[in-house]
Design a binder for this molecule. Structure first.
Ligand SMILES: Cc1cc2nc3c(=O)[nH]c(=O)nc-3n(C[C@H](O)[C@H](O)[C@H](O)COP(=O)(O)OP(=O)(O)OC[C@H]3O[C@@H](n4cnc5c(N)ncnc54)[C@H](O)[C@@H]3O)c2cc1C
Length: 423
């Protein structure tokens, strides 16, 4: 099947689900209509969520569903292309190499993604399987195996022959391990954020877009939040401002570094070999670099661009700031990605169809910060520093943030993500 027909018919293994799925443009229009209705809003709230992107939209949902009066403030539209959530797809995996303590959070994240799908009747998680490739002594490969062993997460070690039969698209060096995590896959970020926003509105959240938070201060036993359009009061604040978090979190700003990350969408030799249902998500660790990619997705339902997506996770991108970052595509970014494909997935590139820039917000140890802001214990909650691997946790982190704000604690294990580890 050629590229045009795939985009039009979305005829893959998940064809039935995809065909019945509301096109993303229609979902976007529906959510925008819901947001536009909120012209007159109250001034006082139980909680204000500063930044309605990945974590913020889901946190508004969590709070509103429990009956709290919540305001979400977003400086741009929902979703948008200037923060950390643009780009159609995000990997979700459970045999977590970065730190085994993330696994219990991931168990909850999988449950909560399923709950979102059930409540909205819409698929956001696609179980494609994830192929990890790298040398046995590579720390990431070691970490994957450690977490898989510790938490009994299914992981299949494939021989060269098995890998060749299952995934003939790859050409991997001898000496590489090939590990398949069958329950891993991808999430669709823009669609998920829209769905969480829509649900939050349905449960009574107030959400303002194109309204930038300028400052927050203690006021009358609560907080006063000033935006470029008005003033609001709340008992609790939750800061989920992504790459802008530093500007709203005094003291934590020096521990957050924003980097510019490039993504590319490629035209492969044979479109069919790489479509959803025919190709897995993958991560290849080679010579200190980590490349990753996704199958081709139907852009009409899940958002664009069209093509076979590939990106590099590390070494990290150029250090920058979100309001000045160079968002243009660069030849050198493209060349690194094309070369990785030539080496490892030879049929994956004949032309580059699109490139995009996205932002990571990194902590020194690349682990998140889920905690109260030091000096504001019990009142100001931080969800920041997601270091390029946070999206899969959105459904669980939002529960943590709302628990911290409204109950003062959470039953989910976040001890290793405290802000105090930097002091
Ligand atoms: C290229 C790339 C690839 C990635 N791949 C993966 C992956 O495969 N798997 C995975 O799990 N994760 C991945 N991630 C990471 C994941 O996308 C992020 O961790 C996650 O999106 C961070 O969410 P956030 O809510 O912190 O930021 P955002 O989604 O950017 O939300 C922050 C929001 O706050 C708003 N805001 C900020 N300041 C203000 C203000 N003053 N007033 C009002 N609003 C404000 C912003 O406009 C924005 O909408 C990737 C990230 C990138 C960039």
């Amino acid at each position: 099947m050629d590229r045009r027909r795939f985009i039009q018919t979305a005829s893959t293994a998940s064809a039935a689900t995809l065909a019945s799925m509301l096109p993303i443009a229609d979902l976007h229009a529906r959510v925008k209509a819901g947001l536009d209705k909120l012209t007159q809003i109250p001034q006082t709230y139980d909680a204000i969520v500063l930044g309605v992107g990945s974590m913020g939209a889901a946190t508004c949902f969590q709070l509103a569903r429990q009956g709290f009066r919540v305001l979400g403030l977003e400086q741009f539209d929902i979703p948008h292309e200037l923060g950390s959530h643009t780009g159609q797809s995000r990997i979700i995996r459970k045999a977590y190499a970065e730190h085994p303590d993330y696994v219990p959070l991931l168990e909850r994240a999988y449950e909560n993604w399923k709950a979102l799908e059930e409540e909205t009747g819409t698929q956001v998680y696609f179980r494609t399987g994830l192929l990890y490739c790298g040398q046995s002594e590579d720390p990431f490969i070691k970490g994957v195996k450690f977490s898989s062993g510790k938490y009994q997460i299914p992981l299949q070690a494939l021989s060269i022959e098995e890998a060749g039969r299952k995934f003939p698209q790859f050409r991997l060096p001898h000496g590489f391990e090939r590990l398949l995590e069958p329950d891993a896959g991808l999430l669709t970020p823009e669609r998920s954020i829209l769905l969480y926003t829509e649900l939050a509105l349905r449960y009574g959240a107030f959400i303002r877009t194109r309204e930038k938070v300028r400052s927050w201060t203690r006021d009358n036993g609560g907080f006063l939040v000033k935006t470029d359009l008005g003033d609001y009061q709340a008992k609790k604040l939750i800061v989920t401002a992504g790459p802008w978090a530093g500007s709203l979190l005094p003291g934590l700003d020096r521990h957050l570094t924003v980097t510019r990350q490039a993504m590319a969408w490629m035209q492969p030799e044979r479109w069919d070999d790489f479509t959803l249902g025919n190709f897995p998500c993958w991560i290849i660790e080679h010579d200190g670099r980590a490349f990753y990619g996704f199958p081709i997705l139907p852009a009409g339902q899940l958002g664009g661009p069209v093509g076979l997506k590939v990106a590099m996770h590390y070494p990290g991108g150029e250090v920058t700031l979100p309001d000045v970052v160079d968002r243009r595509s660069r030849k050198e970014d493209e060349e690194i990605l094309v070369e990785a494909l030539r080496q490892h997935i030879p049929g994956a590139w004949t032309a580059t169809l699109a490139m995009k820039t996205c932002l990571y917000t990194n902590t020194p140890d690349k682990d998140f910060v889920l905690d109260f802001l030091p000096g504001y214990e019990g009142d100001v909650v931080i969800g920041a520093g997601f270091s390029g691997h946070g999206f899969k946790f959105v459904s669980a982190v939002s529960e943590v943030l709302s628990d911290l704000a409204m109950k003062g604690s959470t039953s989910l294990p976040i001890g290793f993500l405290r802000a105090s580890r930097f002091s």
